[in-house]
Design a protein around this ligand. Structure first.
Ligand code: ASP
Length: 296
């Protein structure tokens, strides 16, 4: 039987590499645990969910605890999970849960739906036993307060300027059985309008995977959705290795003015990781070898 080269990659958003040491620590911890699960024969779905939960709990990233605030100071989060047999679950604009990625998995496994949003998602989470949790941190409240005081441009101009705050997290893994899974979780873009949903929970935009490979995308959600970047990259993986597919998609994104980053794996275990923003932090492990980039 052919031996599958299990592997895992995670990103910490394409908005920059501030607090490099804390990013490094969070990324290494999350994917080491995910890789350990794969090494013991665990599924890529379990590995990406676990690693994403660790990243959601690490306040430096814009997901789960430490998510950025919207225009009125609320935290509304998006998350999605997908496997190479096309199982999908997502939540959008969910509030007051600790791990949106876990609720996305519950949507995948306990309902016939793909995506639940806002109050419906919260009610569903409570029904599944997920407890109330406040993911707002003082740090992100301070960012919100400072932003609020800044001279008024139009909201949409400001939205574009906030590119440096992209900090969504994503994890992609290939397991011993050849299954690929992707998890993406985001606090959204700082100062967005209440109720705004980004690319993260939209199938094919922030997350996509099929038998050829899987990709998690971060960056300017509106543009990522418009150009369906995750689906675009995965489709290319049917004909090209991951690195070629990733390069083509990032070149395309640059051409159409979409500021973003993507990380993924193809079905042979080859990674892709590209961005056209100032910097993107990421970490990967294959054949026991860890690589990490947080700019330090
Ligand atoms: N893609 C996310 C969004 O637009 C933001 C990010 O990647 O940090 O909601």
């Amino acid at each position: 039987m052919k031996r599958i080269n299990y592997a895992i990659i995670a990103h910490g958003g394409a908005g920059g590499i501030s607090y490099a040491m804390r990013r490094r620590k969070g990324l290494i911890e999350a994917i080491s645990i995910g890789y350990g699960m794969l090494a013991q024969g665990g599924s890529s779905l379990d590995a990406v969910e676990k690693a994403a939960m660790i990243l959601e709990d690490t306040t430096i990233f814009n997901a789960g605890t430490g998510s950025s605030c919207n225009l009125i100071g609320d935290v509304e989060m998006d998350a999605s999970l997908m496997t190479s047999n096309l199982h999908y679950g997502a939540v959008a604009a969910i509030r007051n849960v600790r791990n949106p990625i876990h609720v996305a998995r519950l949507v995948m496994e306990k309902t016939d739906h793909l995506l639940l949003c806002a109050d419906g998602a919260i009610k569903f989470a409570r029904l599944m036993g997920v407890k109330y949790y406040n993911p707002k941190t003082r740090g992100k409240m301070r960012v919100w307060e400072n932003r609020r005081k800044q001279p008024k441009n139009s909201y949409f101009q400001r939205h574009r300027e906030l590119v440096h705050f992209y900090g969504t997290i994503g994890v992609v893994a290939l397991d011993m059985n050849g299954c690929i899974a992707v998890a993406t979780s985001s606090g959204g873009i700082t100062m967005r309008l209440p109720g705004r949903v980004g690319d993260t929970p939209v199938i094919g935009a922030g997350t996509y995977v099929d038998k050829n490979g899987g990709v998690s995308v971060t960056g300017h959600g509106e543009e990522i959705m418009r150009h369906m970047l995750a689906f675009r990259a995965v489709t290319l993986m049917a004909r090209h290795p991951a690195s070629v597919a990733g390069r083509q998609v990032i070149n395309y994104a640059t051409k159409v003015g979409c500021r973003c980053g993507l990380a993924g794996i193809d079905n042979r275990g080859q990674f892709l990781c590209y961005n056209n923003t100032r910097a993107m932090s990421w970490c990967s492990i294959k054949n026991g070898r860890l690589k990490v980039f947080t700019g330090d």
